[in-house]
Design a protein around this ligand. Structure first.
Ligand SMILES: [Zn+2]
Ligand SMILES: [Zn+2]
Length: 345
């Protein structure tokens, strides 16, 4: 079979690789139908994630058909169409028992990281019963693909950690796929006013279509001034950071109201300044995290009923065999106006 293989910083190739085999009785082998590229894959290719070894197949998102199962798999059957969760869940370790699946001792984020991932014709999924979600007939495959990672991440690490409540004013910093997912998911909780902050005017106009009430481009506008005006000088109740650089984390600290929540979603490669000299008195809460994907079944029902339409995040389509070209486009997301790229087998 073919797979997109990492060969060290800056190097990847769509190449022939031995197809995956069942290893544990709890495994399933899934034939990929659709997969996509995540910002995290670009971090890996930059060499930012040294735990990814050379020869690793990338990718942690996908939709597929179950081709074979180990003898202990009970809920998933051969022939099922499934969402592959970016988090592998053993279901029985001490973290899983606390529903902290992101930190599962025999799973967590391992796909396209510690074991071969989904940017391939086939993938081995450990703990298949807990790590795959059966896709009911009639659900849009592209919408479902957004439930592998970005929509649960936006909801759990942005909106739920940030305790978004009805009537609040919230700010999202970063209108990339995850920031826009948080924007969609925040609307489950009816905030009164949603502000999106990003340096890319195209992404800001997408954010408006997705429900942002105010958009701010910090390269052209004064973020603090605009937010002070909007909130009578109080600031926002929740600031959701979806970029992962010092400048955007600083914006969160500059605009947060007393009693507010700063929910960090962004993947940070550098340390940030924490301005405790101004925040110590403000009764704020800062949260961090990696998605647990415990919200995936709920999100699947919301997609099925039409309450949320994450397929709107898809901007480009490629055959899986042209994944290298798709990476070029995703790597130039601003110029290409790219959000999520769907690769179909
Ligand atoms: Zn991802
Ligand atoms: Zn576990």
């Amino acid at each position: 079979m073919k797979a997109l293989v990492y060969h060290g910083a800056g190097k990847k190739r769509w190449e022939e690789k031995a197809p995956p085999q069942l290893v544990e009785p709890t495994d399933a082998i899934v034939r990929i139908v659709k997969t996509t590229i995540c910002g995290t894959d670009l971090h890996i290719l930059k060499g930012d994630v040294p735990t990814v070894g050379q020869g690793r197949t990338l990718g942690h998102e996908g939709i597929g058909i179950v081709e074979s199962i180990g003898e202990s798999v009970r809920n998933i059957k051969v022939g099922d169409k499934v969402i592959i969760s970016c988090i592998t869940v053993c279901g029985s370790c001490s973290y899983c028992k606390r529903q902290l699946y992101a930190h599962c001792k025999d799973g967590g984020w391992i796909l396209g990281h510690k074991i071969d991932g989904t940017q391939a014709e086939k993938v081995r999924i450990p703990h298949a019963d807990n790590s795959l979600h059966r896709l009911p007939g009639g659900v849009d495959e592209e919408a479902a693909l957004m439930l592998s990672d970005i929509l649960p991440t936006g909801l759990e690490i942005g909106v739920i950690n940030g305790r978004v409540q009805p009537g609040q004013t919230i700010a999202l910093i970063g209108a990339g796929p995850v920031g826009l997912s948080a924007l969609l998911a925040s609307q489950f909780y009816s905030p009164a006013h949603i502000i999106m902050i990003d340096t890319d005017d195209n992404r800001l106009s997408v954010a408006r279509q997705f429900g942002a009430n105010t958009v701010i481009n910090p390269t052209k506008q004064n973020v603090v001034e605009i937010i002070n005006k909007l909130t009578d000088g109080i600031g926002v109740d929740v600031a959701i950071e979806c970029v992962g650089i010092p400048a955007t984390f600083k914006i969160c600290q500059d605009i947060i109201a007393a009693g507010g929540f700063i929910a960090n979603v962004g993947v940070h490669g550098k340390s940030v300044d924490l301005h405790l000299e101004s925040l110590w008195i403000k009764n704020i809460t800062i949260t961090t995290g990696l998605v647990n994907t415990s919200s995936t079944p709920m999100l699947l029902k919301s997609v099925q009923s039409g309450k949320i339409a994450p397929e709107k995040l898809v901007t480009h389509h490629y055959p899986l065999s042209e994944i290298e070209a798709a990476y070029e486009v995703f790597g130039n997301a601003a110029q290409e106006k790219a959000l999520k790229i769907v690769l179909s087998a």
